[in-house]
Every structure is written in structure tokens, then in C-alpha cells.
Design a protein around this ligand. Structure first.
Ligand SMILES: [Zn+2]
Length: 648
């Protein structure tokens, strides 16, 4: 009997729990666990009283969303209290699985929660397969109870069986139809283990019923989403979160169908999104549907964390280092910027040019007036539930194994240690670094017995002049935009140094506005900020969460005296200690100074900075020295600036 074989991914993520964050990343994850993420179930009704856990509140996506991020958070931190907490919730879901395999409540709700629908949108089940897959993987950690692992595996298989039967008679629609491909993650994992042919048939059925994303992006008459979504219009195809998730769909399906076009589609889709809706953070806008280049349009937090996860999957399946470059850009800029430094509040929509976070109507396409305020659930609670996955999944994807298990891949960079096996021998590789705030990375490989294999180091495309000092003391210049292979027999402790020189670059955006980027970081004007608490009569006051408006206390309407040819002289960078809260205006570990002039005619308009004045701009105002900090450290900022005329 011929057995169908899945296409193997280029790199396999290490089992959850194999990678431990260290240095600033460990502190960042601790901030997250001590903030909203680790405490949401203690006070937020949609998780605390969720029908998934026996309560009477939300019954569809919110509790599973929270678990999807807080499970990896607990395990990458190795936080026993948080592990115990998520274990109780996973056990509840597994123990209450219905006889036909259905997970959780069989509630009939509309996506908006506003009206009752005749049938269930399968997205809640699909999302929970993603959760159970992680729960199953962590149950395999050394010392785990095999019975627990088997119970979770069996629950996942039965849930997939249930989806299989369900869509025979009730084909996918709405969210389930547009997010069908998320099911492929667990189908692929279980098929590789069991070889049960119905799993492949289920994948084919979902593919046939689900929305054909690559075909939509490749419409011969032109991509229907090329233009910003008209004000007041909303649809599934231009929904920013759906698009952020969908860029990985072809790669996941390639593992089943093996069509070369599915390997090239993700980069092409990303190219289209950024070409028509990209801003200087590396994200595309959507508030809540794709909104064009204007730096005052919003990008929803769910889109940021889903896009990061998509890039992690693409890096794993396709092995293209460019996805790693882009992943770091999203994680180090758009992700931290949209949280308060203590991660007790977050935005629904962030703006690249964000001068005021207040409750008022803005140019959003359909989002509400509270969308850019910082709070527990500004605008709508999806992001509150879904925000947890950003940092932990990044930490869990820093290191991967090559498909043939002969190499350990440094896929993305942040301080961490990974336990893996090379040539059958256990090794520990650690990375000490303050990257992305510094350009030097120090690796230590430790093994108790000689281990033969490769260490593959990602060399970002921007890292011109990169250098690797090998364990034998020689220095080599690796090519940028590649993985550099260090192949040897590792014995005892070996050390390597990687230097990734960061040069400033000018990015041109909307209306020729310029943004300053250096390495993976985008820099933005630091604006003085005044935080004002709002909604103080809201319940659940026992924990330090709250809703906030932020108003500026310093001027922001500047044009920069910069030029692409002289940028290295125009901008000076300064290092500061990498402290307890690196992603905060006061804790910024690096800053830049640049000269500029105020543009008195550039004003606020409807709660945002008016359109960026066209470049080259002229001004009679005095030349001032301006301070920029990494975008991820800001709460208020200008990121896309007019450029002063050269002789100014
Ligand atoms: Zn959201």
C-alpha cells in the first residue's frame, strides 16, 4: 500500500520548552507574564467566565485565543505557576470534549457576538486544534506523563474527526472559511505520526471548501485589495487579520500538494500587501480592513501577532532567511509599540504617526473611536484574547533543526539558550547578546561528547560587512541574505562571534515621507507624553489594569534634515544601558539624534497628524536637534517625516 508522504519543512521548530529566553528577552516575557497575559483569567469575564471553562460568558474564540499564547508563554518561561494554571484549563477542555469529538461549548453565536446565527462558525474549533497541538507537544517534554500526552493526542484526533464529519454537511463559511488553513498545522503533525489517510483527505476537503487566498491575490485583472478599503466598508477578503494569517496558507498547503507555485506565493502575497498598504514598521495597515499607506491609518494588534506567527511558519516550512529578517522587524517594532511598557494595557490599532491616543472618531475604515487608546479591551476584545502569542512564539522559534537533523539553525536572534541534539549527541547552544540594540552576538556551544553537525547562522540582508569569528579563531565574511553554515565536530565548549553591522537607511513611504531604519529597528520621534486614566468606573479594579488616553507634551511637527547620500553623517546613534524595561520611552537602549525644523503648517487633524507635508519641505523655523528612539519603545511618535529641502 503506497503511503502518501508530506513535503518536509526546511526547518523543524524545536519542541516547546527546548528554548529558554535569557537577557532582555527573558525580562520582556516576565513583564508579559506579570501583566495582562498572565492574569487575564483572573478578572476578564470573557476568559474568567468563559463557557469553555464552565461559565456563561463568551463561547467561541476568546478563551482558546488566550490559551494559544499563554501556553507557550508558560513553557518558554518555565513558570511552574503559569504551567499549572494552563494545565487546569487544558484538562477542562479535554475532559469536557463531547462524545462526537466537539470541543467546548456548542454555542451558536455570530462572530460579532451581537446576533444569533443558525449554525456554528467553525473557526472556534479550528483555533482550538492549534491550542491542543501545543498542549500535546508540551506533554512530550521529558518527565511528562505519557497518559496525559496520549489523552491530548486522542482529543486532537477526535476533534479533527469531528470537523471532518461536520463539514460534510455544513461546509465552511465566514471565519472558518477564511482561516481554514490553520487546521493544516495539526493535521500535518498528526499525519506524520499516525499515517492515517483520512487526515490527508480532510486537508483536501478543507482546501477545497476554504477561501483560495493565492488565487485571490493573483487575480488576472488585478488584485481587488490593491486600493484602500472604502470608508465604512468591511469584508473578509481585506480583513487585516485574515490577510496576516493567510500569507502562510500556500506554504502549509504545499506540504500536501507539492505545487511549486505554493512555495513562491507567500513572498508574492507579502510583496503585494506591503507595496499597497505597508508602513515604516514593516506592517500593513488595516483598521479593520486594508487601509493603504497613510501612516495615520491603524494596524490591529491581532494582525501584528498573527503576521509574526505566519512569518515563523514560513521560515520553518520554506527556510528563506528573508522571512527571518521580516519577522524580527515586526517583533522588535510593531509588537512592543502597541503595548504599554508594563504590558497591562494595549491598543486595538497602532499608527506609525501617532500623536494622540484619545477616544474620538479617526480616519479608521470601520473601527471605533477608542481603537488607539491603551486599555484592557479598547474597541473590541479579540486583541485582548489574542495578544499573548507574540513574544512567546517568537522565543519558541529562535532556533530550529534542519529537516535532516544534521544542523541547528539560528533562525532569528535574541538572547536565549536552546537544548537540541546534533549527530545524536545532546548539545546546548546559548546566545548572549543585546541584539537588536547592539550588533554583536556571542554563541557558545556546549556538548558532553563530540557531536558532528552544523550551526546555521542567519545573515540578514541588511547586514553588509557581517563577520563571523569561528571557534578556531579565524574570521570569515558571510554573504548577506543567506544562512551561513559552520560545520565541525563540536567538543566541550566552543565559542563563535557574529557581528551584524547596522547602517542607517532611509525608507520612502506615503507621499515621499521618510523613515529612518537601522538594522531591524525603525526609529521614531520621541514625544513627551501625558497618560490620563479613563473609564475609572469600570469593574475589576483589583489588578493594575486600566484604560488610558495619552496626549503629547512636546512638539512633533518636524521635517528632517536628512538625505540618503549623507545619512551616516546626518544621524548619530547613542547607546544606553539595556535595562529592566527596554521597550519604554525612558528605557530605550539606543537613541538617535538628527536635525530638523518645525513645520508650523503641519497640524493635528481629527485626532491624528494631518497628511505628511510633501517633500522637499521648507521652513523658516530654527534648526533643532531632535531625539529619535526605536519605534518599539514609543507610545506617541512620528515615524514617517517630511524631508527638508537639501539647502535648508
Ligand atoms: Zn484583534
Amino acid at each position: 500500500m503506497a503511503t502518501f508522504k508530506l513535503q518536509p519543512p526546511a526547518f523543524r521548530p524545536l519542541p516547546l520548552g527546548s528554548i529558554s529566553p535569557t537577557g532582555w528577552l527573558q525580562r520582556q516575557l516576565r513583564i508579559q507574564a506579570d501583566g495582562l497575559s498572565g492574569h487575564l483569567d483572573e478578572f476578564w469575564p470573557d476568559v474568567r467566565d468563559s463557557q469553555w471553562f464552565g461559565g456563561e460568558a463568551e463561547a467561541w474564540e476568546r478563551a482558546p485565543y488566550w490559551l494559544d499564547g499563554v501556553i507557550p508563554l508558560a513553557y518558554v518561561l518555565g513558570d511552574q505557576e503559569l504551567i499549572a494554571k494552563v494545565t487546569r484549563y487544558i484538562d477542562t477542555i479535554v475532559e469536557h470534549q463531547q462524545a462526537d469529538g466537539w470541543l467546548g461549548p456548542r454555542a451558536m453565536i455570530a462572530a460579532s457576538g451581537a446576533a444569533v446565527q443558525a449554525s456554528y462558525d467553525l473557526w472556534g474549533q479550528i483555533l482550538t486544534t492549534k491550542v491542543l497541538l501545543q498542549a500535546y507537544e508540551v506533554a512530550g517534554i521529558a518527565g511528562g506523563d505519557p497518559a496525559v500526552r496520549e489523552a491530548r493526542r486522542s482529543a486532537l484526533l477526535r476533534a479533527l474527526r469531528c470537523i471532518d464529519r461536520h463539514i460534510d454537511r455544513a461546509p465552511l463559511f465566514n471565519w472558518g472559511q477564511f482561516r481554514w488553513f490553520e487546521t493544516l498545522l495539526s493535521i500535518a503533525a498528526l499525519y506524520e505520526e499516525t499515517g492515517e489517510a483520512w487526515l490527508v483527505d480532510l486537508a483536501a476537503k478543507l482546501h477545497a471548501q476554504g477561501f483560495d487566498w493565492p488565487a485571490f491575490f493573483n487575480t488576472p485583472s488585478g488584485w481587488p485589495n490593491a486600493e484602500p478599503t472604502p470608508h465604512g466598508r468591511w469584508n473578509y477578503m481585506s480583513h487585516v487579520v485574515n490577510n496576516a494569517m493567510a500569507v502562510k496558507a500556500p506554504a502549509l498547503w504545499w506540504r500536501f500538494a507539492a505545487a511549486e507555485s505554493d512555495r513562491t506565493a507567500p513572498a508574492a502575497m507579502i510583496g503585494q500587501l506591503l507595496a499597497h498598504h505597508g508602513v515604516a514598521t514593516g506592517m500593513f495597515t488595516g483598521d479593520e480592513c486594508l487601509a493603504g499607506h497613510q501612516p495615520t491609518h491603524g494596524t490591529e494588534l491581532c494582525a501584528v501577532v498573527e503576521y509574526a506567527f505566519s512569518l515563523e511558519v514560513l521560515l520553518s516550512v520554506l527556510g528563506d532567511p528573508a522571512f527571518g529578517d521580516h519577522l524580527e522587524q515586526i517583533i522588535f517594532n510593531a509588537l512592543p509599540a502597541t503595548f504599554s511598557p508594563d504590558m497591562w494595557s494595549h491598543q486595538y490599532d497602532q499608527q506609525a504617526n501617532q500623536i494622540l491616543c484619545t477616544v474620538q472618531e479617526r480616519i479608521w475604515n470601520t473601527n471605533g473611536p477608542a481603537s488607539n487608546t491603551f486599555g484592557v479591551e479598547p474597541n473590541y476584545g479579540c486583541c485582548t484574547a489574542n495578544l499573548s502569542q507574540g513574544w512567546p512564539k517568537f522565543a519558541a522559534h529562535l532556533w530550529m533543526m534542519t529537516q535532516d537533523s544534521t544542523g541547528l539553525v539560528a533562525a532569528a536572534y535574541a538572547p536565549s539558550a536552546a537544548r537540541a541534539t546534533l549527530g545524536g549527541v545532546p548539545v546546548v547552544v546559548s546566545l548572549e547578546t543585546d541584539y537588536p540594540f547592539r550588533d554583536s552576538l556571542h554563541f557558545t556551544v556546549t556538548t558532553e561528547a563530540p557531536a558532528t553537525g552544523s550551526l546555521w547562522l542567519r545573515i540578514p540582508a541588511w547586514a553588509k560587512g557581517a563577520a563571523i569569528r569561528l571557534p578556531d579563531g579565524t574570521t570569515v565574511p558571510p554573504a548577506t541574505g543567506t544562512f551561513y553554515e559552520v560545520n565541525r565536530t563540536w567538543e566541550g565548549t566552543s565559542e563563535l562571534d557574529l557581528t551584524l553591522p547596522m547602517q542607517p537607511e532611509l525608507r520612502k513611504g506615503y507621499g515621499d515621507a521618510v523613515a529612518i531604519q537601522r538594522g531591524p529597528l525603525t526609529y521614531a520621534l520621541k514625544i513627551g507624553e501625558q497618560w490620563q486614566r479613563i473609564n475609572e468606573d469600570e469593574p475589576f479594579r483589583e489588578l493594575p489594569h486600566a484604560d488610558w488616553e495619552i496626549t503629547p507634551t512636546s512638539r512633533w511637527a518636524y521635517a528632517l534634515a536628512v538625505d540618503a547620500d549623507t545619512l551616516a553623517d546626518d544621524v548619530q546613534f547613542h547607546e544606553h544601558p539595556v535595562g529592566a524595561v527596554p521597550f519604554s520611552p525612558e528605557g530605550a537602549p539606543v537613541s538617535a539624534t538628527v536635525k530638523g525644523r518645525e513645520l508650523t503648517e503641519w497640524d493635528e487633524e481629527a485626532g491624528s497628524a494631518a497628511d505628511v507635508p510633501l517633500s522637499p519641505a521648507t521652513s523658516e523655523e530654527p534648526l533643532e536637534e531632535l531625539a529619535l528612539i526605536p519605534y518599539g519603545c514609543t507610545d506617541l511618535r512620528i515615524t514617517e517625516f517630511p524631508q527638508l529641502a537639501r539647502d535648508e
